[in-house]
Design a protein around this ligand. Structure first.
Ligand SMILES: C=C(O[C@@H]1C=C(C(=O)O)C=C[C@H]1O)C(=O)O
Length: 287
């Protein structure tokens, strides 16, 4: 029987799931950044991946998603950041560098700029936020582990007495605008950055979905160990990474679905209806 190919984005934000995932036999794994996994899923190279929420929305005619998984957050996320020196409103007419790793966060930035009447030129460019600001960009969008490290590089050190919650973070003339926080200020809802999407004609085996649920339960139950391990890898304080991971919503509950559908209407008007759980076994009565 052919293996079931899946794509995994290995950002720290999914460590509480992936660190404990025991991949069942018959499942083949490839790894990459969001835009690579988006392309792999849409090309059929993989049948399921934790892809950018906006790509799931844009392709809701051919993609479904697991009904109880996402990378969502209510309020600040700390790893989807716009770095800029001028105030947000003065980015009008400016140039903004976009990491090539992102799809959802780019669409979110576009929505937030539009909602605030700020028209800027967005262009893909790779490099650290400070380097690209130094190269003349007015704003720099960074996501994932790079964004988290560079956020802390600008605003750190953050002690226990100085809450991570005091936003926006500004230091030495650089403002780090957290896009998920701005979405919350705009809507009052969570933001779903990623979902576990799959091709409607190739739903994942139940063994894989169940292994993911078990992994998530273990990861959340061992958050201190996960945080300590990844803090060392990231070179960040353990307590900062623990707050970062504690802050995520890994299911796809009603608030997260509300945020996803609200974003879908803003970012992809006229999108096909979002269908969750297509082709998955109907949950049996819990014994
Ligand atoms: C929470 C994050 O969101 C990520 C952003 C994505 C995107 O912009 O396409 C895709 C996957 C998410 O994990 C992050 O980058 O840390």
């Amino acid at each position: 029987m052919n293996p079931y190919p899946i794509g995994l984005i290995h950002y720290t934000n999914v460590a509480p799931i992936l660190d404990y995932l025991e991949v069942p036999e018959g499942v083949e794994v490839i790894k990459g950044v969001p835009t690579e996994m988006n392309a792999a899923l849409l090309s059929g190279r993989v049948s399921m991946a934790n892809i950018s929420g906006v790509e799931f929305i844009r392709n809701a005619d051919v993609l479904s998603a697991l009904p109880d998984f996402s990378v969502s957050v209510l309020g600040a996320v700390y790893s989807v950041n716009l770095f800029h020196r001028k105030p947000w409103g003065e980015l009008r007419g400016g140039r903004i560098a976009l990491t090539a790793q992102s799809a959802t966060s780019v669409a979110l930035l576009e929505v937030l700029l539009q909602e605030t009447g700020v028209q800027a030129t967005l262009e893909r460019a790779e490099g650290t936020a400070l380097d690209l600001l130094g190269a003349g960009y007015d704003g720099v969008l960074r996501i994932g582990d790079d964004a988290l490290r560079e956020w802390y590089g600008v605003v750190g050190p953050i002690g226990e007495e100085v809450s991570m919650l005091d936003l926006p973070h500004q230091k030495n003339g650089v403002t780090v605008t957290d896009l998920a926080h701005r979405w919350f200020v705009l809507t009052g809802h969570p933001f779903a950055f990623a979902v576990w999407a799959y091709r409607k004609d190739a739903p994942p085996p139940h063994t894989l979905v169940q292994a993911m649920r078990v992994a998530r339960r273990r990861g959340i139950g061992h958050l201190a160990e996960v945080s300590e391990r990844h803090a060392a890898l990231l070179g960040l304080p353990d307590r900062v990474v623990q707050h970062y991971l504690w802050n995520f919503r890994y299911h796809l509950e009603a608030p997260d679905r509300l945020g996803l559908s609200e974003f879908a209407d803003k970012a992809a008007p006229g999108h096909a209806p979002i269908e969750l759980g297509v082709g998955l076994p109907v949950p049996s009565a819990v014994s």
